[in-house]
Design a protein. Sequence first.
Length: 191
Amino acid sequence: MPRQICPTCQRPLKVCYCSALVEIANRIEVLIIQHPLEQKHPFNTGRMAHLCLSNSELVVAESLSVEELAQLLKPRAALLYPSLSWLPEVEQIQPGTTQAAELQQLVVIDATWRKSKKMLHLHPLLQQLPRVSFEGELNSNYQVRHSSLENSLSTIESIAMAMQQLESGRGFQELLQPFEKMVSLQVADQK
Protein backbone atom coordinates (compact mmCIF):
# COMPACT_ATOMS: atom_id res chain seq x y z
CA MET A 1 0.00 0.00 0.00
CA PRO A 2 1.47 3.41 -0.95
CA ARG A 3 2.32 5.87 1.79
CA GLN A 4 -0.18 8.62 2.43
CA ILE A 5 1.16 12.00 1.34
CA CYS A 6 0.13 15.38 2.75
CA PRO A 7 -1.41 17.43 -0.08
CA THR A 8 0.08 20.68 1.27
CA CYS A 9 3.73 19.89 2.03
CA GLN A 10 3.82 16.78 -0.18
CA ARG A 11 5.63 14.80 2.53
CA PRO A 12 4.60 11.43 3.99
CA LEU A 13 2.10 12.02 6.80
CA LYS A 14 4.44 10.78 9.52
CA VAL A 15 6.98 13.50 8.60
CA CYS A 16 4.47 16.24 7.64
CA TYR A 17 5.61 19.66 8.90
CA CYS A 18 2.35 21.54 8.19
CA SER A 19 1.51 22.06 11.88
CA ALA A 20 4.60 24.32 12.05
CA LEU A 21 3.72 26.44 8.99
CA VAL A 22 3.44 30.16 9.71
CA GLU A 23 1.96 32.99 7.71
CA ILE A 24 4.20 35.98 7.27
CA ALA A 25 3.00 39.15 5.54
CA ASN A 26 6.00 40.36 3.57
CA ARG A 27 6.19 43.65 1.68
CA ILE A 28 8.85 42.53 -0.77
CA GLU A 29 7.54 39.82 -3.07
CA VAL A 30 9.68 36.69 -3.08
CA LEU A 31 9.82 35.06 -6.52
CA ILE A 32 11.15 31.52 -6.20
CA ILE A 33 12.30 30.00 -9.48
CA GLN A 34 12.58 26.33 -8.69
CA HIS A 35 14.46 23.76 -10.74
CA PRO A 36 12.10 20.92 -11.74
CA LEU A 37 14.24 18.37 -9.85
CA GLU A 38 13.65 20.30 -6.61
CA GLN A 39 9.87 20.17 -6.98
CA LYS A 40 9.66 16.49 -5.98
CA HIS A 41 12.66 16.48 -3.64
CA PRO A 42 11.55 15.41 -0.14
CA PHE A 43 13.50 18.26 1.51
CA ASN A 44 12.15 21.00 -0.75
CA THR A 45 12.53 24.20 1.27
CA GLY A 46 11.61 26.54 -1.58
CA ARG A 47 8.04 25.24 -1.48
CA MET A 48 8.09 25.53 2.31
CA ALA A 49 9.03 29.22 2.08
CA HIS A 50 6.29 29.80 -0.50
CA LEU A 51 3.72 28.19 1.83
CA CYS A 52 4.68 30.63 4.62
CA LEU A 53 5.11 33.92 2.76
CA SER A 54 1.87 35.68 1.84
CA ASN A 55 3.59 37.68 -0.92
CA SER A 56 5.44 35.01 -2.87
CA GLU A 57 5.31 33.21 -6.17
CA LEU A 58 6.73 29.78 -6.98
CA VAL A 59 7.61 29.06 -10.61
CA VAL A 60 8.93 25.63 -11.54
CA ALA A 61 11.21 25.86 -14.58
CA GLU A 62 14.82 25.31 -15.50
CA SER A 63 14.58 27.76 -18.37
CA LEU A 64 12.22 30.63 -19.07
CA SER A 65 12.00 32.68 -22.24
CA VAL A 66 13.10 36.31 -22.05
CA GLU A 67 9.44 37.30 -22.37
CA GLU A 68 8.31 34.95 -19.57
CA LEU A 69 11.04 36.18 -17.26
CA ALA A 70 10.32 39.82 -18.08
CA GLN A 71 6.66 39.27 -17.15
CA LEU A 72 7.65 37.76 -13.79
CA LEU A 73 10.17 40.44 -12.80
CA LYS A 74 9.13 43.64 -11.08
CA PRO A 75 10.86 46.94 -12.00
CA ARG A 76 12.83 46.97 -8.72
CA ALA A 77 13.95 43.36 -8.37
CA ALA A 78 17.14 41.92 -6.89
CA LEU A 79 18.66 38.45 -7.03
CA LEU A 80 19.52 36.59 -3.83
CA TYR A 81 22.79 34.93 -4.80
CA PRO A 82 26.43 34.96 -3.71
CA SER A 83 28.79 37.35 -5.48
CA LEU A 84 30.82 34.76 -7.34
CA SER A 85 33.76 35.71 -9.56
CA TRP A 86 32.15 34.49 -12.81
CA LEU A 87 29.08 36.71 -12.37
CA PRO A 88 29.03 40.26 -13.72
CA GLU A 89 29.63 43.03 -11.21
CA VAL A 90 26.31 44.60 -10.26
CA GLU A 91 24.93 46.83 -7.54
CA GLN A 92 24.85 45.16 -4.13
CA ILE A 93 21.68 45.87 -2.15
CA GLN A 94 22.61 46.69 1.44
CA PRO A 95 20.11 46.62 4.33
CA GLY A 96 18.92 50.03 5.48
CA THR A 97 19.65 51.78 2.17
CA THR A 98 17.24 53.56 -0.17
CA GLN A 99 17.66 50.70 -2.66
CA ALA A 100 16.57 48.18 -0.01
CA ALA A 101 13.58 50.32 0.99
CA GLU A 102 12.47 50.59 -2.65
CA LEU A 103 12.97 46.91 -3.45
CA GLN A 104 9.80 45.31 -4.80
CA GLN A 105 10.95 41.76 -5.41
CA LEU A 106 13.59 39.30 -4.26
CA VAL A 107 14.33 36.62 -6.86
CA VAL A 108 15.53 33.30 -5.46
CA ILE A 109 16.79 30.29 -7.41
CA ASP A 110 15.84 27.05 -5.66
CA ALA A 111 18.21 24.36 -6.91
CA THR A 112 21.44 22.60 -6.09
CA TRP A 113 24.49 24.85 -6.56
CA ARG A 114 25.35 23.11 -9.82
CA LYS A 115 21.83 23.49 -11.20
CA SER A 116 21.52 27.10 -9.97
CA LYS A 117 24.68 28.04 -11.88
CA LYS A 118 23.25 26.45 -15.02
CA MET A 119 19.97 28.33 -14.52
CA LEU A 120 21.88 31.62 -14.18
CA HIS A 121 23.84 30.90 -17.36
CA LEU A 122 20.52 30.32 -19.14
CA HIS A 123 19.11 33.63 -17.87
CA PRO A 124 21.48 36.58 -18.48
CA LEU A 125 18.68 38.90 -17.32
CA LEU A 126 18.95 37.40 -13.80
CA GLN A 127 22.73 37.90 -13.83
CA GLN A 128 22.23 41.63 -14.44
CA LEU A 129 19.88 42.18 -11.49
CA PRO A 130 21.16 43.99 -8.40
CA ARG A 131 22.23 41.37 -5.88
CA VAL A 132 21.60 40.54 -2.25
CA SER A 133 24.47 38.51 -0.79
CA PHE A 134 25.73 37.56 2.65
CA GLU A 135 29.19 37.99 4.10
CA GLY A 136 30.89 36.16 6.94
CA GLU A 137 30.31 32.75 8.45
CA LEU A 138 26.97 31.18 7.69
CA ASN A 139 25.66 28.35 9.84
CA SER A 140 23.04 26.07 8.38
CA ASN A 141 20.81 23.75 10.37
CA TYR A 142 20.24 21.61 7.28
CA GLN A 143 21.28 18.29 8.78
CA VAL A 144 19.42 16.12 6.27
CA ARG A 145 20.88 17.48 3.04
CA HIS A 146 24.39 18.72 2.40
CA SER A 147 25.72 21.31 -0.01
CA SER A 148 28.74 20.94 -2.24
CA LEU A 149 29.84 24.45 -1.22
CA GLU A 150 31.18 25.50 2.14
CA ASN A 151 29.34 28.15 4.11
CA SER A 152 25.98 27.68 2.36
CA LEU A 153 22.39 27.79 3.53
CA SER A 154 19.19 26.08 2.40
CA THR A 155 16.76 28.11 0.30
CA ILE A 156 14.45 28.83 3.23
CA GLU A 157 17.33 29.80 5.53
CA SER A 158 18.64 32.19 2.85
CA ILE A 159 15.22 33.75 2.32
CA ALA A 160 14.67 34.19 6.08
CA MET A 161 18.06 35.83 6.51
CA ALA A 162 17.65 38.14 3.50
CA MET A 163 14.11 39.18 4.38
CA GLN A 164 15.09 39.82 8.02
CA GLN A 165 17.77 42.20 6.77
CA LEU A 166 15.66 43.85 4.04
CA GLU A 167 12.45 44.21 6.05
CA SER A 168 13.86 44.74 9.52
CA GLY A 169 11.43 44.79 12.39
CA ARG A 170 9.52 41.79 11.09
CA GLY A 171 9.82 38.25 12.45
CA PHE A 172 11.23 36.41 9.46
CA GLN A 173 13.03 33.97 11.75
CA GLU A 174 9.57 32.40 12.26
CA LEU A 175 9.94 31.22 8.66
CA LEU A 176 12.36 28.61 10.01
CA GLN A 177 9.77 26.88 12.24
CA PRO A 178 8.55 24.39 9.59
CA PHE A 179 12.15 23.89 8.45
CA GLU A 180 13.27 23.01 11.98
CA LYS A 181 10.30 20.68 12.38
CA MET A 182 11.10 18.96 9.07
CA VAL A 183 14.72 18.48 10.10
CA SER A 184 13.82 17.12 13.56
CA LEU A 185 11.17 14.74 12.13
CA GLN A 186 13.62 13.47 9.53
CA VAL A 187 16.44 12.97 12.06
CA ALA A 188 14.04 11.12 14.39
CA ASP A 189 12.76 9.02 11.47
CA GLN A 190 16.32 7.95 10.58
CA LYS A 191 17.07 6.64 14.09
